[in-house]
Design a protein around this ligand. Structure first.
Ligand code: GUN
Ligand code: ZN
Length: 422
C-alpha cells in the first residue's frame, strides 16, 4: 500500500498511526516533534537482509573463483582471523554501519565458528537497538582444522548462545550449520536436535548454490533422495528455516519447501559474482505451491550492501529466466516478503500501527542521472523501478531503528553520521 502524502507516528519503538497527512496532522497531540522529509522522499519499511555473512565484510570483492575454491582461498583464511576479538569487533562495526547506510534494519547473519563472533555482533546490534538474527557457524569437516568444531562442541556452544541471546530485546538466534559440504551427518543431527529443543529459533544454511556443490553433496550423502533431503532427514526443514540460494533445486525439493513452510533467500549479486547461476524466481513463487522467498546480500560473495542494487540484480536474474520482476514485487521481497521468510511479518516489514518502527527514507533523486530520469517517470511503479535499477547507498537519506533516527546521510560527503542522535 502507498500513501502519497503520509504521516507516520511513532512512539516507544512502534508505529502508532499511519495515514494521509491531511487527516493525521489534525489529530496529532500538541508538542509532537514532526520531521518533514519533503516531496522527493519515499519512506518504506526498513529493508531486511535474509542472508549475509558479517565475517566476510573484510574480504568482499575477492577475485577470480567459484564457490568451492572461493571458500578455500579467501573465505576460510578470513574467518580464521575472527579468533582475534578486536578483528571481529572491527568487522561487526563496519558491517552494521553499512547496513544502516543502506536502510537495512534487520539481517539474518552468519558469524564464524567462534562463539565470541556472535557475542560481539549481538553486543553491537543491541547498542543500536536493531532487530537481528545471527548464529555461530557449525562446521566439522572440509575446512581448516582451526575453523572446525565437533558435533558436541558446536551443539554445546550454540545452546549456550541461545540461552544468552535468543529473545533478548530484539535479538534472535539462528542455528547455523554452514552447509552439507562442511558438516558431518552427526553434526547435522546435533543441529536438528538442538532446533527441536528450541523451535522458535531460526535455522539457516546454504543449499544448491552451484552444480558442482550439488554433485559433491550427492557423493557425501549417497543415501539421500536429493540435497534438501539431507537437511530434512536431520530435522532441518521446517518453518523458520532459511535456505540460501536454492538455484539448482528440483521440483520435489520446491514442493517440500512449500509443504514445510521453509524459505529460500535469493542472493542475486552473489550468484552473478561467483558465476553460480540465476535463480528462476517464477518457479519459486509458482502460484500452485509458493515457497516463501526473501532477499539476501550474501556479503562477501555478494558485492553490494545496497538493497536497491540487489533488487536490480534480482530483476536481471529473473530476466535470464524470461520472467519480469515488477518493482512492486521487488520492494515487497526486500521488506514484507523477507519478513515472512523469517516469520517476523507480525513485527517488521511493513508500516502499520503496532509494527516496530524500522524505516528507510529514500531520496528519489539521489544522483544527477536519477534526478533527470525521474522527470519522465509515469507512476509509482516506474519511479521505484528507476530506484532499483540506478539507485544505491546514495538513495538512502535516513534510517530509523525502533523509532530512533539511527543514520542520516550527510550531503557534503564528509563522512557518516552514526551518532546516537534521535
Ligand atoms: N556455502 C557454504 N559456505 C558459504 C559461504 O560462506 N558463502 C556462500 N555464498 N556459499 C557458501
Ligand atoms: Zn552465504
Amino acid at each position: 500500500m502507498h500513501e502519497a502524502d503520509a504521516v507516520i507516528v511513532m512512539q516507544d519503538g512502534h508505529v502508532t498511526h499511519f495515514g494521509p497527512a491531511d487527516v493525521l496532522l489534525r489529530e496529532l497531540p500538541r508538542g509532537v516533534a514532526i520531521r518533514d522529509w519533503g516531496r522527493d522522499a519515499l519512506i518504506c519499511a526498513g529493508f531486511i537482509d535474509c542472508h549475509v555473512h558479517y565475517a566476510q565484510t573484510p574480504m568482499i570483492a575477492a577475485y577470480g573463483a567459484r564457490l568451492l575454491d572461493w571458500l578455500d582461498t579467501y573465505t576460510f583464511p578470513t574467518e580464521l582471523k575472527f579468533a582475534d576479538r578486536a578483528f571481529a569487533a572491527a568487522a561487526a562495526r563496519a558491517f552494521l554501519k553499512e547496513c544502516l547506510r543502506n536502510g537495512i534494519t534487520t539481517s539474518c547473519v552468519y558469524c564464524t565458528v567462534h562463539p565470541h563472533s556472535v557475542d560481539i555482533l549481538f553486543e553491537e546490534a543491541e547498542k543500536l537497538g536493531l532487530r537481528l538474527a545471527a548464529g555461530k557457524v557449525l562446521l566439522d569437516r572440509n575446512a581448516p582444522e582451526a575453523l572446525c568444531d565437533t558435533p558436541q562442541s558446536g551443539y554445546d556452544q550454540s545452546k549456550a548462545l541461545i540461552a544468552k541471546w535468543h529473545g533478548r530485546g530484539r535479538l534472535l538466534y539462528a542455528i547455523t550449520p554452514r552447509f552439507a559440504g562442511s558438516s558431518s551427518p552427526e553434526q547435522l543431527a546435533a543441529a536438528g536436535a538442538l532446533w527441536a529443543e528450541h523451535r522458535d529459533c531460526l535455522m539457516q544454511t546454504h543449499i544448491a548454490e552451484t552444480p558442482e556443490e550439488v554433485d559433491w553433496v550427492k557423493q557425501l550423502f549417497p543415501e539421500r533422495q536429493h540435497y534438501l533431503d539431507v537437511y530434512d532427514h536431520h530435522g532441518l526443514c521446517a518453518e523458520r528455516a532459511v535456505f540460501g540460494h536454492g538455484i539448482w533445486l528440483q521440483e520435489p525439493e520446491l514442493q517440500r519447501l512449500h509443504a514445510t513452510g521453509a524459505a529460500i533467500a535469493h542472493c542475486p549479486t552473489s550468484n552473478f559474482f561467483l558465476g553460480s547461476g540465476a535463480l528462476d524466481l517464477s518457479r519459486v513463487v509458482k502460484a500452485e505451491r509458493p515457497v516463501r522467498l526473501g532477499l539476501g546480500t550474501d556479503i562477501g560473495a555478494g558485492t553490494s550492501f545496497s538493497i536497491l542494487d540487489t533488487l536490480g540484480e534480482a530483476y536481471k536474474a529473473a530476466q535470464l529466466n524470461r520472467f519480469s520482476l515488477s518493482a512492486f514485487h521487488a520492494f515487497y521481497l526486500a521488506t514484507r516478503g523477507s519478513a515472512r521468510a523469517l516469520y517476523l511479518d507480525d513485527r517488521i516489514g511493513s508500516i502499520a500501527p503496532g509494527m516496530e518502527a524500522d524505516l528507510a527514507v529514500l531520496d528519489m533523486r539521489s544522483t544527477p542521472l536519477i534526478d533527470f530520469r525521474m522527470n519522465y517517470a509515469r507512476g509509482l511503479g516506474e519511479q521505484l523501478f528507476i530506484q532499483m535499477t540506478l539507485g544505491d547507498d546514495r538513495a538512502v537519506r535516513a534510517t530509523y531503528v525502533a523509532g530512533r533516527l539511527a543514520y542520516e546521510r550527510i550531503d557534503d560527503r564528509s563522512g557518516l553520521n552514526l551518532s546516537a542522535s534521535s
